[in-house]
Design a protein around this ligand. Structure first.
Ligand SMILES: Nc1nc2c(c(=O)[nH]1)N[C@H]1C(S)=C(S)[C@@H](COP(=O)(O)OP(=O)(O)OC[C@H]3O[C@@H](n4cnc5c(=O)[nH]c(N)nc54)[C@H](O)[C@@H]3O)O[C@H]1N2
Ligand SMILES: Nc1nc2c(c(=O)[nH]1)N[C@H]1C(S)=C(S)[C@@H](COP(=O)(O)OP(=O)(O)OC[C@H]3O[C@@H](n4cnc5c(=O)[nH]c(N)nc54)[C@H](O)[C@@H]3O)O[C@H]1N2
Ligand SMILES: [Mo]
Length: 821
């Protein structure tokens, strides 16, 4: 443990007040406008905001919540505005910036400071083990990558390459990217989804036959009687969802929130788009709040399902109307009897221990369910990032099936996606385990034999990097180093890769923990006008392509995205690009692919780079549901992809039926004196992009190194509000994968191999304790500062998603020094 990290005090500007009980309203918009004015300047900012989520504008680079059919004039939210401001900033991380700051220096900066350096402006190369990045031409950069990839292919070792994707990538870019990977010969396509809704995809595919949500926006706004929001903080992460919830409330729907934290957005909402929200009292959203313990939802839904079956038995015995939808169960499902038997065997003491809820709260929730004809369940990372995440979501599906709440208006499963196109990327084949039918169609379209072996997901990629099994790591967006678990191990693993390549808009941690050689390739963002340039894909040796001005009167090109409710629509940037040297993602991939695969490859890469309609034409033949893509995406609002359970109650599962499942409960037991920690987002960040250091709704200003703990726990632990502690995670796994202690001057994170205790310890130093009304036994701190605490092997069963919402930790005073190391 390094002394400087140990003695580190929390941020000097940190100030903690009481949490708020209501979200948005005028304060939110004013707050966001302050960002917009500071970053891009007023005119540019307003121009951008006018075009967010409008039919002819660009898709908000924030979350994946769908746009309403007729957007408001300003269908943006505070956090959408911040996302736009972050991309439209006038600051630049240009060649002079990289000449001034060495890579080692940048590695000591916080994520906040890295991001605030501004937009990347030209390709930068780190020569072998050099101290600095230096400018390089596009031609030289792409030839370098192409040479390495070709060498792997020629050696018959394409699996020594890995292609990561983050969910902001467009459909067109994603389709080309997976094609390049498969033409090379590998399915190594890890993506952010592996850390996000993979658990939802796994559970839904198995039980309903398709790994996507089954509701539309109208189901929520117009038809649902009960909306359950579980493991999600929409006030911060999907603020436009509050507008939909408010519309539902206006016509009498009930909302139940299930969360260890009393999130402001689930309490009261002041809608800035409505007069009442600006001057009045706002809408109270949640009618019932179940303050469940972390990882307690599996037990909760099993208990609810059991009670529903019992109430049905009672009702029928008394000659009343049944509680379950027996017709639906008989006609469309299988596995009910086994599941019911398992619920009957559920132990209430396990339910009490896992949920921490009073039985009366659970019964009250069941009352709500029985009173509602149509029920929607919405969820996000609070369900997906636990060891038993897949089991929990399967149980949510059973809950819906019991009363026929799938495939009719106002009912269904609603996994609320994170990144604005993360769902579309998967549809386009960004998947390490692609279905055979997809590969067949891809091979037929492009005349080749795609690889059939499953590739690495995100966690497996880290293992492969650490073991020296990857020679080229390429990332289409995102921030692999900071978003992934076990930061010390992952950063060490990235540093040993011969070549890392990042296609990015802004500087981030992944660029400053580079491979021996490393490239940063700067691309256009969502908000920026894409005029294309045929010169980008000319013959070999075209190094000097500078400048890309549009011919007057030309129409900028558009790309497409798919939102959380399977609506595909176009997105067209409008702002002047941050630099003349930026290229679009599809153009970068196409140019790279052409250089890798050589003239003998028949794929029309140059046409693809030039004309995205040509990419969409191929997509329309490869991906089901995209027939007549070009015409349908031109319709205002785009089109909806087919979803058999939603549309026709057809369930393309292994048995052709929707499936009840049996999910053995494994209650998380936290040892004496320890807490269960979840890692969450503040109100001022988008994943690893830190907009600012406030978390207004939770009462935090000017800092991020805080840990929220309930007053009862603090009393038991003998720790006071305001004290400074280290967070030390304890993991009973094999010791020793980590690269050992390390220091990070501004960030204070280290990982320590265990010394013979059989318990691995990982430490994040210097956090201010905040007494907070979270569920007993459960703490919360921000991601990515706490990713150093997440053991690589601590993942969800089946989906392999890092279980970053349930870490056993202890709070250690820096001067304690006690305990085994
Ligand atoms: N402004 C903004 N918007 C974003 C993002 C962002 O960072 N900033 N990120 C985007 C992305 S990629 C994603 S995936 C989504 C994430 O959206 P969320 O999932 O809302 O994000 P988190 O901050 O991880 O919050 C998890 C929520 O689940 C609760 N929770 C945690 N564990 C449990 C549990 O065991 N049970 C229950 N019932 N609840 C639990 C937490 O208290 C918290 O309210 O947001 C997307 N939108
Ligand atoms: N402990 C913990 N870890 C987590 C989570 C958690 O809740 N807790 N959440 C997980 C989740 S849900 C997710 S989705 C992942 C997120 O993982 P990632 O998607 O990898 O991370 P982001 O922070 O969203 O990526 C931000 C970077 O993307 C680049 N970028 C932004 N826009 C564009 C663009 O248009 N094109 C390109 N090429 N690049 C762009 C910028 O350079 C920026 O720095 O993190 C996961 N990690
Ligand atoms: Mo996500």
């Amino acid at each position: 443990m390094s002394d400087d990290a140990r003695s580190q005090s929390p941020e000097p500007t940190l100030d903690v007040g009481p949490p708020q009980h209501e979200a948005a309203g005028v304060a939110g918009v004013v707050h966001a406008m302050a960002d917009v004015v500071e970053e891009p300047g007023l005119g540019r900012g307003l121009k951008a905001l006018r075009l967010v989520n409008q039919h002819r504008g660009f898709d908000c680079p924030g979350c994946a919540w769908p746009e309403p059919g007729k957007p408001h004039l300003a269908e943006f939210c505070e956090n959408g505005a911040k996302a736009v401001a972050e991309e439209a900033t006038r600051r630049r991380a240009d060649a002079a910036f990289f000449a001034e700051h060495s890579i080692d220096e940048l590695a000591t900066w916080t994520d906040h400071r890295l991001g605030k350096s501004g937009r990347l402006t030209e390709p930068m190369l780190r020569d072998t083990d050099a101290d600095h990045y230096r400018p390089v031409s596009w031609g030289e950069a792409l030839d370098l990558v192409a040479g390495e990839l070709r060498a792997l292919r020629d050696a018959g070792e394409p699996d020594r390459a890995a292609f990561y994707t983050s969910g902001r990538t467009s459909n067109e870019a994603a389709f080309l990217y997976q094609l390049l990977s498969r033409r090379l010969g590998t399915n190594n396509l890890p993506d952010c989804s592996n850390m996000c809704h993979e658990s939802s995809g796994s559970a839904l595919t198995e039980t309903l036959g398709i790994g996507k949500g089954s509701v539309s926006l109208a189901d929520i706004t117009d038809h649902a009687d009960l909306i359950v929001v579980v493991g999600q903080n929409p006030g911060t992460n999907h603020p436009r969802m509050l507008t939909a919830l408010e519309a539902a409330k206006d016509r009498g729907a009930r909302i139940v929130a299930i969360n260890p934290l009393p999130e402001a957005g689930l309490q009261t909402f002041r809608n800035p788009q409505r007069v009442r929200g600006v001057v009045g009292r706002g809408t109270r959203l949640a009618d019932r709040f179940l303050q469940v313990r972390l990882a307690g939802d599996l037990a909760l839904f099993q208990a609810v399902n059991r009670l529903l079956v019992e109430r049905d038995d009672d009702a029928r015995a008394a000659g009343r109307a049944p509680v379950l939808d027996h017709d639906f169960i008989a006609r469309y499902t299988d596995g009910f009897d086994e599941a019911a038997a398992a619920w009957q065997a559920l132990s209430w003491s396990d339910v009490d221990a896992a949920t921490g809820l009073d039985r009366s709260d659970i019964e009250g929730f069941v009352d709500d369910v029985v009173a509602a004809r149509n029920v929607v369940v919405c969820w996000a990372m609070g369900l997906t990032q636990h060891k038993q995440a897949v089991a929990t979501i399967r149980e949510v599906v059973s809950f819906l099936l019991l009363r026929g709440n799938v495939g009719r208006p106002g009912a269904g499963a609603c996994p609320v996606r994170g990144h604005s196109n993360v769902q579309g990327d998967r549809t386009m084949g960004i998947w390490e385990r692609p279905p055979a039918a997809f590969l067949d169609a891809l091979g037929a379209e492009f005349g080749f034999d795609p690889p059939r072996e499953p590739g690495h997901d995100t966690v497996d990629t880290i293992r492969a990097l650490a073991d020296g099994r990857i020679d080229v790591f390429m990332a289409m967006g995102g921030n692999f180093a900071a978003a992934t678990p076990d930061s010390a191990l992952t950063e060490g693993a990235l540093r040993r890769v011969p070549l890392t390549v990042h296609v990015s808009t802004k500087l981030n941690r992944s660029h400053v923990v580079p491979g021996h050689r490393s490239l940063i390739l700067p691309c256009l963002g969502r908000t920026e006008r894409d005029d294309g340039d045929r010169r980008h894909v000319r013959g070999p040796g075209d190094d000097g392509d500078r400048g890309r001005g549009a011919a007057p009167g030309t129409v900028a090109r558009f790309v497409t995205v798919e939102d959380s409710m399977s609506v595909v629509h176009s997105s067209r940037g409008t702002l002047r690009p941050a630099s003349d040297l930026l290229r679009s993602e599809p153009a970068i991939i196409a140019d790279l692919a052409r250089r890798v695969l050589g003239p003998e490859d028949p794929t029309p890469w140059e046409e693809f780079a030039d004309d995205y309609a040509r990419i969409r034409e191929s997509i329309s033949r490869v991906v089901p549901g995209f027939e007549d893509f070009e015409r349908r995406v031109a319709e205002p609002g785009g089109f909806v992809l087919p979803h058999p359970p939603r549309d026709t109650r057809e369930f393309p599962t292994a048995t052709g039926k929707a499936r009840f499942t049996v999910n053995p409960l494994d209650v998380v037991r936290v040892p004496e004196g320890r807490l269960l920690l979840q890692t969450v987002r503040s109100h001022d960040q988008f994943n690893t992009t830190i907009y600012g250091t406030d978390d207004r709704y939770r009462g935090v200003r000017g800092g991020r190194r805080v840990v929220f703990v309930s007053p009862d726990d603090l009393e038991e632990l003998g720790i006071a509000d305001g004290e400074t502690v280290d967070l030390v995670s304890e993991w009973p796994g094999r010791a020793g994968r980590s690269d050992g202690p390390r220091r990070r001057d501004e960030t204070g994170a280290t990982a320590e191999p265990s010394r013979g205790t059989g318990i691995q310890q990982r430490r994040a130093a210097g956090f201010r304790v905040v007494a907070f009304p979270t569920a007993k036994g459960c703490a919360a701190a921000y991601y990515p500062e706490t990713n150093v605490l997440v053991p690589l092997d601590h993942t969800a069963e089946t989906s392999n998603t890092p279980a970053s919402k349930s870490l056993v930790i202890r709070l250690e005073r820096p001067d304690d020094g006690a305990g085994p190391r």
